[in-house]
Design a protein around this ligand. Structure first.
Ligand code: ASC
Length: 218
């Protein structure tokens, strides 16, 4: 038990490391190379940049933190549970703004919505995560299912949540790839910066997932 607990907390440190690194690299990318982040701008590029910024730094990062709350929040189980729910809620709210930003960008440049594989994976993930949040709320918080039902649902809640995190990572990576291709960045320093960002996002996902996996053997 002690060994698993220790490894689980080391895994959350790995997640923090790669999560924060991904945020820093993404900010360098969007602020230094891509002209900044602004929802209400007349410059379509600045409007677009809200999308990757909020989908990773808002949505995926906070969802990952929410998943690790039972390991990282030094409080009673019920308080951890409230933090788990609230971090997901804030992440989802920021995700809605991030998705709205890319629709506004498409509108500004007259581009079609929902044509890429990235958009299909991303929206599917976002909708399913929203439903999983709602199901978690009604089953585990209010009005709350019976103890037997909650116990039966828990492995599904955890496994499906972990799958959703990998789906979100898949959406992020296909999004970054699409950006590199569309902007013709192959071979440029900016492409390497984006590649490192993607790698950090992937490793963030893996460390969050492992910390959840190991926690449940404790
Ligand atoms: C809850 C909660 C849990 C589960 C458990 C049944 O509401 O906080 O950890 O349900 O009691 O698996």
């Amino acid at each position: 038990v002690v060994v698993y607990r220790r490894s689980a907390s080391r895994l959350t440190i790995g997640a923090h490391l790669f999560g924060v690194l991904a945020i820093v690299l993404m900010l360098i990318w969007l602020l230094h190379y891509r002209g900044g982040i602004e929802y209400d701008s007349d410059n379509p590029a600045r409007v677009f940049n809200v999308h990757p910024f909020l989908m990773f730094c808002g949505f995926i990062f906070l969802v990952g933190q929410a998943m690790m709350a039972y390991k990282t929040v030094p409080a009673a189980k019920q308080a951890q549970k409230v933090v788990h729910m609230m971090l997901h809620l804030v992440g989802i709210a920021l995700g809605i703004v991030g998705i709205a930003a890319v629709f506004r960008f498409h509108d500004m440049i007259g581009a079609e919505d929902m044509v890429s594989l990235h958009s299909w994976i991303g929206l599917t993930t976002f909708i399913m995560l929203g439903l999983q949040w709602l199901l978690g709320l009604v089953s585990y918080m209010f009005p709350k299912a019976s103890l037997e039902t909650r116990s039966r649902m828990m492995p599904w809640h955890i496994s499906f949540g972990r799958a959703l995190l990998y789906m979100a990572v898949a959406a992020a990576l296909t999004g970054l790839m699409q950006r590199e291709t569309l902007l013709n960045l192959r071979g440029h320093a900016e492409a390497r910066l984006i590649n490192f960002t993607g790698l950090c996002i992937l490793l963030f996902g893996i460390f969050v997932d492992l910390s959840v996996a190991m926690a449940h053997h404790a």
